[in-house]
Design a protein around this ligand. Sequence first.
Ligand code: B12
Length: 211
Amino acid sequence: MDEKLVRAMGDLDEEGVLSSVEAMLSAGTEPLHIVELCREGFEIVGKRYETREYFLSGLIISDDIFENVLGLLDRSGCFQAVEEEKLGKVILGAPLGDVHDIGKGLVSQLLRYSGYEVIDLGVNVRPAGFVEAAAESGATVVGISTLITVAYESLRETVLGFQHEGLRESVKIMLGGGAVSQRVCEYAGADAWSRDAADAVKFTKAFIGKE
Ligand code: B12
């Protein structure tokens, strides 16, 4: 079943993807596992784009298909919102030069459902945009989602921006998205990185120190 979903996503077979997701939900599969399989499918799409088997339209179609997967997950009520006191504020955004926002959206949902207030700055956010938002809101955690390599420089500039404003000690910065790695984290001078949306919640809990 897992392989079928990954393959259908890679093949841009919307019907195949949605029927697999429906079957998995009925069988009680963890929604985050479904998301992870879709992410693997997206990787196939990305590779086919690199080898010119797919074009930009292929990337756009994969996004559309995933929107429908999210619709199914939402309707099944598996992402349950928690109504409780906000545990802290987290700023999220994609850096300057990057318009990918699917992973960021997932991270945002998970953080919200874990009781954190999310200030989502959207995509293509200037370094100063992150710094200003943290200064204005008092948020102490910033998450930056990066899918393309051209955005590495703006990651570094964002971290430097916090330093210049004297906020680096009070704000923790986590990176995520397909283009990040330990080396990128070190280059940018961030505090943590992961390619797993659930880690955004783990990091935030550790940074803010509340459960
Ligand atoms: C869908 C897609 C698009 C869609 C995006 C739609 C949208 N609303 O986001 C569209 C069509 C807009 C698009 C555009 C482009 N794309 Co594109 N796209 C993809 C694709 C196929 C999937 C991306 C995706 O959403 N994956 C699924 C999500 C769930 O994964 P994720 O973001 O990594 O998130 C997970 C984790 O990383 C983590 N996470 C995410 N954020 C965070 C944050 C924190 C703090 C933490 C802890 C965790 C975390 O949680 C998520 C769940 O586990 C990838 C291929 C790939 N391998 O990823 C290419 C890819 C990213 N795109 C690529 C390219 C080249 C482009 C374009 C330049 C194409 C063009 N010629 O115009 C433009 C970029 C424009 C720009 N300036 O940004 C390249 C980038 C190559 C590179 N080295 O830089 C890729 C890798 C394809 C490839 N292999 O060539 N794209």
